[in-house]
Ligand binder design. Structure first.
Ligand SMILES: O=C(O)CCC(=O)C(=O)O
Ligand SMILES: [Fe+2]
Length: 694
């Protein structure tokens, strides 16, 4: 539907009579352009924005595009409004009112956005236009930011790559200009603060860390405020209160409503601590911020502020040893106790309020049977009714986000473990922007890659001769896909179709990868191979122009990824028992075909790996490592894909069968041939024996 540009523009202007505001400074992120105003439909705003853009009306284009983004974001937050109709109170009226208040007349129905447009927003298309409009307005800093924001989701966009290179050369563009405008302010400030602190720049880090904390509290506050409306009483947390329809139902309904408001408010803590695109909150988000602040203040020599922050940490964790030690030290340094020096007021307020709410929620849990998932690990035990403690402790253990996320292992750890000679750690998890990822090089010699490539080729050739024409890839019509299992390789070797040496090497190499993966990621718990697959993907000639698809769409290896929510369901049809994945590459003489990791939104690329002979990329198989493969647009890309499991019952049976097949006695002629073949590569193979380093 076409609305006229002037109509929508008019609605962005201040109401008649109110003074024209002085040119407002551009907010750093996607802050509200007109705070409090109900958002317009994003599709209409976007259409108008594009029209303004096409007409060269840069300022209105910027205003409309930003408003479209804001509206789309607001819409995302209120998705699922219909679920609220199940709510307890006879609230039809309230529903209309609240909806009208938040979304303007017509509510969500008016704002429904088609799938195509939703995808455009997901691909961050508006930022491409924003970038150019900002450029025309000579707002280079914002232009660079918009360009970066677009590029994060579109890393293969060549035009944007060039534009960014140009921006880099312009004066007026700083390295900090290249920021992601979709990152909420508290995350941006937090990341920057941490980075500065890591570089021992406490003075610069402090304002950012303080801002991060303030913004986090403000974010929580605005989330809490939205709990009053009916929108939030939805989703799995909804707890129907019994007996609504009966006499006395009103009392229960009101209690139920209040409980839901409290549940919603408590959830705001977790929401604020969750990075966009992630499925679980950063554990202990507020206490960790306070710890960083206390560290930074101490580094900068602000003793009393360091003390205020450490006292605030102690409000969360009164028995925290590090905090107690630091406190003692500051007290000694400061001399006699200073009056008025206590924990931060904002944190005191937060904790008092939070505890008050928890008390009520636990009461309801005990006496009304409602549920409450405490978002915090710091709740004092005294607050939890005794009858509930045992059960909660169990639940707690099942909740992954209450434990610290796996820390990247320091290099020293790696040096201590069994190493293969010649293998190097090229990139660790930190360098790959993840928690459990690594790139190792030197696992295969060029000769070994050659043997395995030949094996793949011979096996495919045999297939072709028997009428099997290398099938099209299950992932894309533009590639051929050949897969060879270890058992098939052993059988083909037995029948003389492929060389025995290749089949044997396949087994040996898979064991090599298993040893390294176990040593690196799971030194305390044995890993077993659950599946080994030699896979080649070949570009089909003449079908590569304008190709938009991937060689392997973004997925996680042991769960079903839902990019809309960032959740990953560890249930069939996923191979749920896979714990670690490894891809060992055999060649690099092809075009495209890089492996890439993304955020759980399946859009934002966080790291890339270029295949080459002997390079292993290994990573945990869960939702923390969504990955895909760019289109292979020329040539043939071969790799050994291996999945490891902690579950012995899922150990690859075929591996043992293949091993047996290859060991069975053969006639002497074969044996001789075998010996000759293996002689020339035996020196290389033996150099790969396991050695203990250090
Ligand atoms: O070949 C690659 O680089 C990745 C393949 C992959 O992700 C898979 O097979 O699950
Ligand atoms: Fe995969």
């Amino acid at each position: 539907p076409l609305t006229s540009l002037s109509l929508t523009l008019a609605s962005l202007k201040p109401p008649p009579g109110s003074p024209e505001p002085p040119g407002p400074p551009e907010p750093p992120g996607l802050a509200l352009l007109s705070p409090g105003a109900p958002p317009q439909a994003p599709d209409l705003l976007y259409a108008d924005g594009l029209r303004a853009y096409a007409a060269g009306a840069w300022a209105p284009a910027v205003a409309l595009l930003r408003e479209a983004l804001r509206s789309q974001e607001a819409l995302g937050r209120t998705r699922g409004l219909r679920g609220t109709l199940r709510a307890v109170l006879p609230r039809a009226e309230c529903l209309t009112q609240c909806t009208a208040r938040r979304l303007g007349p017509g509510g969500a129905a008016r704002l429904r956005v088609g799938r195509g447009l939703r995808d455009a927003f997901r691909r961050r298309e508006p930022y491409n236009y924003l970038q150019r409009a900002y450029y025309q307005l000579k707002k280079l800093d914002l232009a660079a930011a918009a360009a970066h924001t677009f590029f994060v989701a579109n890393p293969t966009h060549l035009q944007m790559r060039e534009d960014i290179a140009k921006y880099r050369r312009m004066s007026g563009v700083r390295p900090q200009s290249f920021r992601d405008l979709e990152t909420p302010p508290h995350w941006a400030a937090y990341d920057e603060g941490l980075e500065l602190l890591g570089r021992q720049e406490a003075g610069l880090a402090l304002p950012r860390l303080e801002e991060a904390l303030q913004e986090s509290l403000a974010q929580m506050e605005s989330c809490r405020a939205s709990c009053e409306g009916p929108e939030e009483q939805q989703g799995e947390e909804v707890e129907e209160v019994e007996g609504t329809g009966s006499q006395g139902g009103l009392y229960e309904a009101i209690a139920g409503h209040w409980i839901r408001v409290l549940q919603c408010r408590q959830r705001c803590v977790g929401d604020t601590a969750t990075r966009p695109g992630r499925s679980s909150p950063v554990p202990n988000f507020l206490p960790s911020q306070l710890r960083q602040l206390h560290k930074a203040h101490a580094q900068a020599g602000n003793l009393s502020q360091a003390m205020e922050n450490v006292l605030s940490v102690l409000l969360f964790y009164p028995e925290d040893d590090d905090a107690k030690k630091a406190l003692k030290q500051y007290q000694a340094q400061l001399g006699e106790p200073r009056r008025g020096l206590g924990p931060r007021k904002d944190i005191q307020r937060f904790i008092l309020r939070s505890l008050g709410e928890k008390r009520q929620l636990y009461y309801a849990m005990e006496h009304l049977g409602t549920s409450f998932k405490d978002p915090d690990p710091w709740t004092p035990e005294a607050f939890i009714p005794e009858a509930l403690r045992e059960k909660l402790r169990e639940d707690q253990e099942k909740r992954p986000w209450d434990h610290e996320p796996p820390q990247p292992k320091p290099l020293t750890h790696w040096k201590d473990v069994l190493l293969l000679e010649g293998v190097t750690l090229t990139q660790d998890a930190r360098q790959l922007n993840g928690s459990e990822r690594a790139v190792l090089d030197g696992l295969l010699t060029p000769a070994e890659c050659g043997v395995l490539l030949q094996l793949a080729k011979d096996a495919a050739g045999a297939g072709a001769r028997s009428g099997y024409r290398g099938r099209r890839s299950p992932h894309t019509p533009h590639e051929r896909f050949e897969g060879l299992t270890v058992l098939k390789a052993a059988q083909l070797a037995r029948s003389g179709t492929v060389g025995r040496q290749g089949a044997k090497l396949l087994l040996e190499v898979s064991e090599r990868v298993r040893t390294l993966t176990e040593a690196y990621f799971s030194p305390e718990r044995p890993l077993h191979l659950s599946f080994t697959h030699l896979v080649c993907r070949s570009a089909i000639e003449g079908e590569q122009e304008q190709r938009m698809d991937l060689s392997h769409p973004v997925h996680a290896d042991n769960c079903v990824l839902d990019p809309d929510t960032g959740e990953c369901w560890r249930e069939p049809p996923a191979y749920t028992y896979r714990d670690y994945s490894g891809i060992l590459y055999l060649n690099d003489d092809f075009q495209g075909g890089n492996l890439f990791f993304t955020e759980p939104n399946a859009l934002t690329v966080t790291a890339q790996v270029r295949p080459r002979c002997g390079r292993l990329v290994a990573f945990s198989s869960g939702g923390e490592n969504p990955h895909g493969v760019w289109a292979v647009t020329r040539g043939r890309r071969c790799a050994l894909a291996l999945w490891h499991t902690w579950a012995p019952e899922h150990r690859e049976q075929e591996w043992a069968e293949a091993k047996e097949l290859l060991q069975e006695p053969k006639d002497t002629e074969e044996e001789e041939e075998e010996e000759m073949l293996s002689r020339d590569s035996s020196s290389e193979l033996s150099s790969h024996r396991l050695q203990r380093v250090q």
